[in-house]
Design a protein around this ligand. Sequence first.
Ligand code: FAD
Length: 320
Amino acid sequence: MVLTLIEHADGEIDETSLEMLTLARDLAEQVGEDVTAAMFGGEDLAADLGEYGVDTAYVCTGDLAETYAPEARAEALGALCDDLEPAAVFGGGTDTANEVLAHLGAKRDLPMSANTTEIETDGETCEIERHRWGGSLIEHATMEGETKLFTTPDHELPIEAVGDGEAAVETLEPELSEGAWEVQVDRFEESDLEGVPLPEARIVVGGGRGVGGEEDFEQLEELADLFDNATVGATRIAVDEGWRPHNDQIGQTGQKIAPELYIAAGISGAVQHWVGAKGSENVLAINTDPEAAIMYKGDYAIVGDLHEVVPELIDAVEAA
Ligand code: FAD
């Protein structure tokens, strides 16, 4: 049996969980087993998982459903593993799924592969392909172990509806150790950030260390304000310096963008930044260093000081 951790929010099953089910089903078919689901809350959604090949969904209710406590959820999954003895446990491409499965792996000494995109098995050993460095490196590895843990990368695998029946639903309220509740999220706060969200922007003006300071980002704001549906992004260096909020960070540990145009100013183009920006249709790099990596990755490059080039761009756009 293959166990899958299904996440949900706002009355809908998380897309990354549905993507993950595609890989989980593939492994289940290879070993001739059923796909089972574990959920924390979302009882009314559980039967619909039949459409994605889930045979039975176990729904944990009570505090486990209402409070996000990673160790508690890992302990509950561990208890299910004791009962069901799955060949594998899958989670989707979210921080929470990776966190819960990492706790499960650490507590039970189980092998885990994050960002997994392909699995071939002979029933015991798994040959896997997985993304490293935000997808810029593809790793092939061999995994062994009775119960293997996998997560998938987000938005890499297709969602495939395969069944027409409903999944059987069983509710559970497992008893957990007190220590499992030590770390828990006690509140969520709405972000008060305004403006166009980075992943949805048509034009992104990104700034890096070369911008030089918080005030100097005003030039980039001014340029972005000239376009519809445009916003400002930043490299991790600019965020770490406190010049921009973390929400503006583009890259491996930030957001992924896919604008029609990405203007990258004072950015070297490190791989960890590029994995968040490579979905851009066109890239205009502005850099004093003609040898900077971004100058080769981009479609257009201006060699020059951004403090001179950006005002000229502003003038040109205003005049157009
Ligand atoms: P630099 O590499 O210092 O580049 C600055 C550039 O500005 C240079 O090319 C320079 O020639 C140019 N420049 C200087 N002055 C001017 C000027 N006046 N006009 C024009 N150009 C000028 N980074 C991210 O961005 N996002 C991430 O999500 C991310 N995640 C990471 C995760 C890990 C695990 C690690 C190890 C690193 C991560 N990083 C990330 C950091 C990444 O490796 C780089 O250090 C970072 O992207 C570099 O930022 P930068 O381009 O602003 O700075």
